[in-house]
Design a protein around this ligand. Structure first.
Ligand SMILES: [Fe+2]
Ligand SMILES: [Fe+2]
Length: 354
């Protein structure tokens, strides 16, 4: 794929590209007339302080992503927001976030995050953004959006004296009072019916908030019924799952399904691999991630393309103050690999704080 630094218009474009806190996704086909792009912004965590005050850093991350999305050329066909628009799911936070998102040119579609959901169980979010799970077809690709942050009824409805406490318990990264995320039986039945209508050769792109794979339960980098969802996706030739929530680049291959995480506009989370207690519990990911220090602010931001010209996704990550990288499916090994930095000896050093 050619260099895409010409995606932003204007003389200031080069400077903006290096710091773009969003993901531009390109779906490329053998027939170039079918090619299209969409942008992906995620995990803005708009946080209300009091009155008209919100945490400024998180506001700036989203405002910037929206402004830079509006500069993209060619225009993305649509924009996805990957969940966790709010920090504690309040009307004030969702309204403030929605107002910033309303500045986007073009169509916006949203994924539910746990920080949006667990105060009122998605009621106000749904008023603003519509259904919590749905599908659509666009230029030969079947897109599915899932609410993957549901959990057991007992936890949701019986455990906590107030809705506010329920939200706080689920909002912590490593809070043992949280509960594992799941898509749930009702939604899996819907997905089964939805996919029954789709030809097995049609590329499928699934958007979820939590990973539809089991990475680390202790931090809820996890979806409890991921295996069941993967089984429904298994018959398709080309499946790509794109998720937020983890605030970091992750990629993996399970059977025929490629997994890719997108960046947050708010902050990075550390990699579970960096947490000594998590080590014995982690699955073997197909690709180690090349990041020297996860605590550099903005490390989890950047943008990327996804190319499904061969039926497998290939991502070009354009990272903030760090070397760009391309992760592409390697037919020889049957997994996505970093084209330049896969060899651990070639891993990148820490990023420069901006
Ligand atoms: Fe998040
Ligand atoms: Fe999340």
């Amino acid at each position: 794929m050619s260099d895409r630094r010409d995606f932003l218009k204007g003389a200031g474009a080069a400077a903006a590209v290096a710091t773009l806190p969003l993901s531009l996704v390109e779906l490329a086909f053998a027939d170039a007339a079918q090619n299209f792009t969409f942008a992906y912004i995620s995990d803005s965590h708009i946080q209300h302080i009091s009155g008209a005050k919100f945490v400024n850093n998180w506001d700036r991350g989203l405002i910037r992503a929206v402004a830079e999305t509006n500069l993209l050329t060619p225009r993305p066909d649509f924009v996805m927001f990957g969940g966790d628009l709010a920090q504690l799911g309040t009307k004030a936070e969702l309204d403030h976030g929605a107002e910033m998102l309303s500045k986007l040119k073009g169509q916006l579609r949203c994924v539910m995050g746990e920080h949006d959901y667990y105060l009122d169980l998605g009621e106000y979010w749904s008023k603003l953004f519509g259904p919590q799970w749905y599908s659509f077809d666009h230029k030969g690709v079947h897109f599915v959006v899932l609410n993957s942050v549901l959990t057991h009824d007992d936890w949701t409805f019986k455990r906590w004296p107030t809705a506010e406490q329920r939200m706080l318990e689920m909002a912590g990264l490593d809070n043992p009072n949280g509960s594992p995320f799941m898509v749930g039986e009702k939604q899996r039945e819907w997905l089964k019916q939805d996919l029954a209508k789709v030809d097995k050769a049609t590329p499928v792109v699934v958007f979820s908030h939590s990973p539809l794979q089991k990475i680390y339960k202790g931090w809820n980098f996890w979806t409890d019924d991921a295996d069941e969802v993967q089984a429904l996706l298994k018959p398709f030739d080309k499946v790509n799952v794109i998720y937020g929530h983890v605030h970091q680049i992750q990629y993996n291959q399970i059977g025929n399904i490629s997994f890719h995480a997108v960046m947050a506009t708010a902050w990075p989370w550390p990699y579970p691999q960096s947490y000594a207690q998590a080590k014995p519990l982690l699955p073997k990911l197909t690709v180690p991630m090349n990041r020297g220090n996860p605590f550099f602010e903005r490390d989890a931001t950047g943008w990327q393309f996804i190319d499904v010209a061969t039926g497998r996704v290939a991502l070009k990550y354009n990272l903030y103050n760090n070397t760009n990288r391309t992760v592409a499916f390697n037919p020889a090994t049957g997994r996505p690999e970093d084209l330049q930095f896969q060899d651990p000896a070639r891993q990148l050093g820490p990023q420069v704080h901006y």
